[in-house]
Every structure is written in structure tokens, then in C-alpha cells.
Write a protein that binds this ligand. Structure first.
Ligand code: NZQ
Ligand code: ZN
Length: 383
């Protein structure tokens, strides 16, 4: 196990009607940016509840934040915060709204183009505090230090990470996720599992505890993923998936390990160009990444097959490993996720561009370090 500093400072208010605590959580702030997406919160009544809690505050709204959040929304938010002297950002929505809010929080104090922070030309030195009300279980942005933004001009999707961006609090009411459409619910479950894979398939030795925690989260997704699709109003299932989502990318699983995240970097460049739902891209790519890298550490894949998919430890290692990968693919398919880019109308025309962008800052991943040629191979396997 590697050395680490444990830091997950976000206060999580989990459960039914936790929104009743919103007013007390924002009592120290007076001028609030209320950020939201395309209108789902108006349809399911969350919007009114938020407005009710903001009644004694001066607040400004930033709406229309799209999935794969655009840099233009970030810039618009920064303008509002600067001109109106905002002292707190309340993000209400899924990962896209939260990521956009984090980028705004960082950009307010950065004197130049906020995209510089994503291009690694500068680091986040200061940020506005943010709080979130999560409406979709997937990204863990509600608890983690990262934000992923789509620059629509350059068609790049890049991330920033800073502990200054971790939300002060996040309200997680599983009932709020009951209105998430079926496809986004399924994509969320895949995204959660993908986050676990990125940290589970790691070369660091002696991380028994982290690996068992990871398997517990995967098993939770495997148990409750089909139930949330079958019965969207099942509280127990929604609650388990929601908490799994936060824990999966909170940092808990990667403390003491390296982490990989190559597949995420590849997917981000796919969704940057094609505006694909992130979890759908992960469902297509991950089993192919697994196939491509499994010989780097076949024992890890045998462990995965055995502990997660209950495949008996009999026969040749590569067959057991392949069965585990096949089970993963079949599970994603059972959630109605596509298995090829062809199914989502993506063909090879932009493979070269996506592969180039994925390795823009150098080789990616750690389980196997991937060069552009490797990324191209994984994309080809995904066609
Ligand atoms: O915009 P609205 O109208 O709210 O609709 C959204 C959107 O269309 C809808 N939705 C959300 N909650 C709902 C709901 N519809 C009905 N009822 C509800 N309760 O769902 C759609 C998708 O929302 P989005 O926020 O885009 O989904 P998600 O949470 O999956 O976020 C995806 C974004 O996060 C990034 C992805 O790349 C993508 O841009 N990620 C962020 C990460 C992070 N910050 O750590 C890590 C992830 O790996 C990921 O890369
Ligand atoms: Zn993800």
C-alpha cells in the first residue's frame, strides 16, 4: 500500500427530506448562485423546494447547463458571480451541473481564461465554496475534488482536480433520483462500476482492504442496478445505488493506490466530439480495455472473476479472466447499454483525433501505460 492523506471533507446529508436542512447549511452565505440543468428539477418539484430555502437570500440563477457541460456555461457563471458578488454556489442536478459549478467556483478567482486550468497552464489557488443537491447517482462529483468540462470550440473534454473544489455539503435524497430516465439510470450504474474498475485494476501490492471495499460496491451495483430499472421507485435500491455512486469515486478506493483512469480519458474525448452520455461510452469501452490489458496482471482479473462474478477458480487463468470480462459485458447489456460505437452511430472517422487528444498530456493509465497506438486499438475493438 502506498502512503496517503485521507481527506473527504464533504458533509453528506443522506436520506428522505434532507433538503429541510438546506437553509441551515447556507446560513453563512448571502449572495448565492443557484445552478441547474435543463429543467428536470422543475418537473419533479425540487426547484420549488430550493427556492423556498433561498427565500431570505439574494440569489441568481444559472440554468440550461447541459450534459457534458460546456465551457460557455462556465464562463457565463463566472460573469454572474463576478458582477453580482456571489459568495456561494448551490448546484442542483447531476454531475454536469455540479462539474460546471466547480469550474465556475475555480474560475471566479482565476484572472485569465478559465480553460487554462484545464490545460494545466495554472492550478486552482482559491475557489468559491459550493454545496450540492444531487439528483442522479453516477459521478461522485458531489463528494470529490474533480470537474470535467467540454470545450465546445476545441472539442476537448478535460478535468481539473483540487481539494478546494470539494463541496462543503451535499444533500443526497434517493427519492430525487426516482425520476431519472431509464437510460440515464443505467448509464449511472455503469459509470459507478467504471469508477471502481479504474481503481481496482491497479498494480499496487498489498491493498486487500481497498479491493474488498471495491468488490462490495461492484456487488451493490450488480444487485441493485437491475432493480432500479425494473422498479424506479424502489427506495432501498435507489439508496444503495446512490451511496455506492458517492463512495466509488470519493477517494476511498484509491487512497494507497495509483489508480488508472485511462478508459475515462478515452471516453471523455469520445463524448467531447459526439456528445455521448458518459456512462454509455464507458459501457462500450471498458470491457475492451479489460481485454486489451488483462495480460499485464492476469491474477487481478482472475480475482475479479472469482470475487465479483462468482466464477470458480478452475481451469486456465486466461479463460477465467475472459469469463469475468464477458460477465461484465453481459451485465451492461442486461441494463440495455450498447456494446459497440456502431450502435450509437460513431464510426472510425474521428478515431485518430480522439486517440491524439486522449494522450494530449502524455501516456495514460497505470495498469498498462497506453500510448496513442494502444488507444487506437481499444477504439477499434469498440467499433
Ligand atoms: O439537465 P436536467 O434537466 O437536470 O436533466 C438531466 C440530464 O439530461 C437528467 N437528470 C438528472 N437528474 C434527473 C434527471 N432527469 C430526471 N430526474 C432527475 N432526478 O439526466 C441527464 C444527465 O445528467 P448529467 O448531469 O449529465 O449526468 P451525470 O450525473 O452522469 O454527469 C455526467 C457528466 O459528469 C462527468 C461526465 O463526463 C459527464 O460530463 N463526470 C464527472 C466526474 C467527476 N466530476 O468526478 C467523473 C465522471 O467519471 C464523469 O467523467
Ligand atoms: Zn465516470
Amino acid at each position: 500500500m502506498l502512503n496517503f492523506n485521507y481527506l473527504i471533507p464533504t458533509e453528506i446529508l443522506f436520506g428522505k427530506e434532507q433538503i429541510s436542512n438546506l437553509e441551515s447549511k447556507i446560513e453563512d452565505y448571502n449572495r448565492i448562485l443557484f445552478a441547474w440543468g435543463g429543467g428536470s428539477i422543475k418537473k419533479n418539484g425540487i426547484y420549488e423546494k430550493v427556492i423556498d430555502s433561498l427565500k431570505n437570500k439574494t440569489y441568481f440563477e444559472l440554468s440550461g447547463i447541459k450534459p457534458n457541460p460546456r465551457l460557455s456555461s462556465v464562463k457565463k457563471g463566472i460573469r454572474i458571480c463576478t458582477e453580482d458578488d456571489v459568495d456561494f454556489i448551490l448546484a442542483v442536478g447531476g454531475g454536469s451541473v455540479i462539474d460546471c459549478s466547480k469550474a465556475i467556483a475555480a474560475g471566479v478567482y482565476y484572472p485569465d481564461d478559465v480553460w487554462d486550468l484545464f490545460m494545466r497552464k495554472a492550478t486552482v489557488e482559491k475557489a468559491l465554496p459550493i454545496g450540492t443537491i444531487l439528483t442522479l447517482a453516477a459521478t461522485a462529483s458531489e463528494i470529490n475534488a474533480s470537474a470535467v468540462i467540454n470545450n465546445e470550440e476545441t472539442q476537448q473534454k478535460l478535468s481539473i482536480t483540487s481539494n478546494l473544489l470539494r463541496p462543503k455539503f451535499s444533500i443526497l435524497d434517493p427519492t430525487y433520483t426516482m425520476t431519472v430516465p431509464r437510460a440515464h439510470t443505467a448509464a449511472g450504474v455503469v459509470d459507478i462500476m467504471s469508477h471502481v474498475f479504474e481503481q481496482y485494476f491497479d498494480t499496487t501490492k498489498g491493498t486487500y482492504l481497498q479491493d474488498r471495499l471495491a468488490e462490495g460496491i461492484l456487488k451493490t451495483c450488480i444487485k441493485y442496478g437491475p432493480i432500479v430499472l425494473e422498479n424506479p421507485d424502489d427506495y432501498e435500491a435507489r439508496a444503495n445505488v446512490m451511496w455506492a455512486g458517492s463512495l466509488a469515486l470519493s477517494g476511498l478506493l484509491s487512497f494507497g493506490k495509483k489508480g488508472d483512469f485511462a478508459t475515462h480519458k478515452i471516453e471523455h474525448e469520445v463524448s467531447a466530439i459526439y456528445d455521448l452520455t458518459h456512462g454509455i461510452g464507458m459501457a462500450i469501452l471498458f470491457p475492451n480495455w479489460m481485454k486489451y490489458v488483462m495480460h499485464e496482471n492476469i491474477d487481478k482479473f482472475v480475482e475479479f472473476a472469482h470475487n465479483v462474478w462468482d466464477i470458480p477458480n478452475m481451469g486456465e487463468k486466461k479463460d477465467i479472466a475472459n469469463l469475468g470480462i464477458q460477465k461484465t459485458r453481459e451485465f451492461f447489456s442486461s441494463l440495455d447499454m450498447p456494446t459497440t460505437f456502431f450502435q450509437v452511430n460513431i464510426s472510425y472517422e474521428k478515431y485518430e483525433e480522439m486517440a491524439t487528444k486522449a494522450v494530449y498530456f502524455g501516456e495514460i493509465g497505470s495498469f498498462k501505460k497506453l500510448k496513442k497506438e494502444d488507444v487506437l486499438e481499444i477504439l477499434k475493438l469498440s467499433l
